[in-house]
Write a protein that binds this ligand. Structure first.
Ligand code: GLY
Length: 420
């Protein structure tokens, strides 16, 4: 099987890495890819996905990021006869528009925060009136795509007003929401129409600094599985959230095919939806795929070919996996590019490194984005997985680079609990 992965982040590196270990996969191609993943895939930095899919005679195209999905790349490739892992443009609006996602959830009877849309052009009076029915805590979301950085959760009313105005200046409406209390869970589900197959639940760390301080980012680290969740948590999320949404989307004539990512808060009553994404999450994928025993190519092909219902149950490795993101100086506000990275080479040996915002200069890797690379560690315990990841991270140097030192620490210390 020849597989083309679209994207250039650590998530796509992780996908390419797992695919390269599947005996049924003969070739892995990535477009555009990045200089850190050339050991596991043939890179195609230039050109349109459709042309590249034709050139490499792809048996399957896997679309990583949300932007090309929301813009309709899966439809274009399917229209040209390719098997594609990734939803149609219409189905991808579950991520592309928070308003669409709310509407689907409401009709599917799925628990989520109460929300109100504040349109571009709203006056200060309109904004004040809308805010007075929420918070504190204020949850202000960009209605469109914002790479994980469109959400502000704050006690400060003025900060909420400022974010509303900033999103409006960018041309998007805003969604105000009630704050959902409880630890966050990311559950990735393979979805093919009404068929839903969950992967292992994971937890992301979205704030830039330790102790969940600083602004939201695309994600600074993640781990899996989550021992602090009730035993039936995955079954409940599938039954109460993902399956009803998948059914609703079939009923709406916008069936989902690909990876449906439910971002949830686990409150006193169980799971409530914070957001849906229409693709694998980053950085959770880097950890989750590390524990998947079943070869990935066949799994993704089953979704793309509409045969997920016939797939054997997924097999998982014992133990834990954890990933930590090394970010550039100034991330998330204003990441600096062009710094030389020591301790990781272009297409270098694995050591759990999954490259993201990197480029090659004079035979060395240099930073080329906000989240520069990830290190994945595994272990029999979560503490051992943490130690493995941080040990490798300490051998990598990036001027001004920073990472969180507390990924999964509250879980290791038994400080996360769910209310009964
Ligand atoms: N982990 C957050 C995201 O992928 O959007």
């Amino acid at each position: 099987m020849r597989i083309l992965v679209i994207g250039n982040g650590a998530r796509e590196h992780a996908l390419a890495y797992s695919l390269s270990r599947d005996p049924q996969v003969t070739e892995v191609h990535v477009s555009p890819g990045n200089a850190g993943m050339s050991a596991v895939a043939t890179l195609h930095p230039e050109g349109q996905p459709l042309d590249i899919a034709r050139e490499v005679e792809a048996d399957l195209v896997v679309i990583g990021p949300e932007v090309p999905l929301v813009e309709g790349l899966a439809d274009e490739l399917r229209g040209a006869g390719f098997a594609v892992f990734g939803p149609s443009k219409q189905a991808a609006q579950i991520e592309g528009s928070k308003t669409v996602a709310k509407s689907v959830m409401l009709r599917a009877g799925v628990s989520t925060a109460r929300s109100k849309r504040v349109e571009v052009g709203a006056t200060q009076e309109d904004i004040d009136a809308a805010l007075s029915t929420f918070g504190p805590t204020f949850v202000v979301k960009d209605d469109g795509l914002a790479a994980g950085k469109g959400v502000v959760v704050t006690q400060d009313r003025q900060a909420a007003v400022d974010h509303i105005k900033a999103v409006h200046r960018g041309g998007n409406p805003v969604l105000l929401e009630t704050f959902l209390d409880g630890p966050e869970v990311s559950l990735f589900c393979l979805v093919d129409g009404e068929t839903v197959v969950p992967l292992l639940p994971a937890q992301d760390h979205k704030r830039v600094r330790d102790n969940d301080e600083g602004p939201n980012t695309g994600g600074m680290g993640a781990y899996t599985p989550l021992d602090w969740l009730p035993e039936d948590a995955t079954d409940r999320i599938v039954a109460e959230v993902v399956a009803p949404v998948a059914r609703q989307m079939v009923e709406d004539g916008t069936p989902f095919s690909g990876l449906l990512y439910a971002g949830l808060a686990w409150g006193a009553e169980g799971p409530s939806v914070v957001e849906f994404n229409c693709r694998f999450g980053d950085p959770e994928t880097q950890a989750v795929l590390e524990l998947l025993e079943t070869p990935l190519g066949g799994v993704l092909a089953a979704v793309a070919n509409g045969t997920l219902a016939d797939l054997e149950p997924l097999q998982w490795k014992e133990g834990y996996a954890l990933t930590v993101v090394l970010a550039a100086d100034g991330y998330p506000e204003n990441p600096r590019k062009g710094d030389v990275i020591e301790g990781a080479q272009p297409g270098g040996e694995d050591r759990g490194i999954r490259a993201a915002g990197v480029a090659e200069r004079d035979g060395k890797l240099v930073s080329a984005g906000g989240r520069v690379l990830n290190v994945v560690g595994t272990g029999e315990t979560l503490a051992a997985a943490r130690a493995a990841a941080y040990e490798v991270l300490q051998t990598i140097e990036l001027p001004g680079g920073h990472y969180r030192s507390d990924i999964a620490l509250p879980a290791v210390e038994g400080k996360i609990s769910v209310r009964a």
